[in-house]
Design a protein around this ligand. Sequence first.
Ligand code: AMP
Ligand code: MN
Ligand code: MN
Ligand code: MN
Length: 286
Amino acid sequence: MPEPSSPDPGKPEIYDLHCHSTASDGSLSPTAVVQRAFERGVTALALTDHDTTAGLAEARLCATAAGIKLIPGIELSAQWQKQCFHIVGLGIDPDYAPLAEATHLLQGTRMCRAEKIAEKLAQKHIPGALEAVMKAAGDGMVTRSHFADFLVAGHHVDSQQDAFDRYLAKGKPAYVATPWAELAQAVAWIIESGGVAVLAHPLRYNLTANKMKKLLAVFKEAGGQGMEIVTGRISPDEIRRAAHFAKSFGLSGSMGSDFHSPDQWVELGRLAALPTGIQPVWELLD
Ligand code: AMP
Ligand code: MN
Ligand code: MN
Ligand code: MN
């Protein structure tokens, strides 16, 4: 547990508003994520596990001890026009009943999908996936990252990315279409729980400019207020593109590493500044 520190009013906050723990597909416990963020100078952290808030209580305890501000978050999987998008909820209330029910149902959805992915892998002569991913996920959400790790460990692929490219991504042999909630529903759960809905890593969906504009219009109409502009692996040119979309649609800008594990080169809190002229999403948080 880090030593408590008192916030220095003269110092700017260092934000990281997107990261994962063992409650989903991160490799560090919520405590270890908060500790690592603290050690890297982050002063305001949102833990945003996939479809679950189960890590927030533990993260809160550690954050209080360390003197870091913990923003309760989630990264909800949602669908729009048959594509999956990730919506980050910031400042949510994990006890808000419809959101809590949704995460409970999503656990079942993810388990069901995992069984089907494992069946598909078995058909490709790769047995034992379900047992392995359930063991790896423990009490946390089962994700495709767990399958990717299993495929790497069994030397079926060279890397996590290779696992997606050869087996797990859309159109690949072990891909399973999943009935995620509609985008507008996911946004509603976040807003109604008191949170701000932020479109995660908007440039990672490979959308044409036209489709991106349609998506942002639908997202905004549903009550979405922000989009990620600075993410862990983004070029200055991509930051400019994302900022352009945010300005056109009157969306605030968020920044988050999408940290999953110390093995990745994405690190907590190591993020470029938001471009000028973009309203920081944290100004919308209490
Ligand atoms: P899911 O279980 O479908 O929510 O996937 C969880 C994780 O898989 C996310 O954290 C992504 O980082 C990762 N992921 C999803 N699609 C890809 C992809 N095409 N290539 C690499 N990683 C991916
Ligand atoms: Mn993930
Ligand atoms: Mn995501
Ligand atoms: Mn993420």
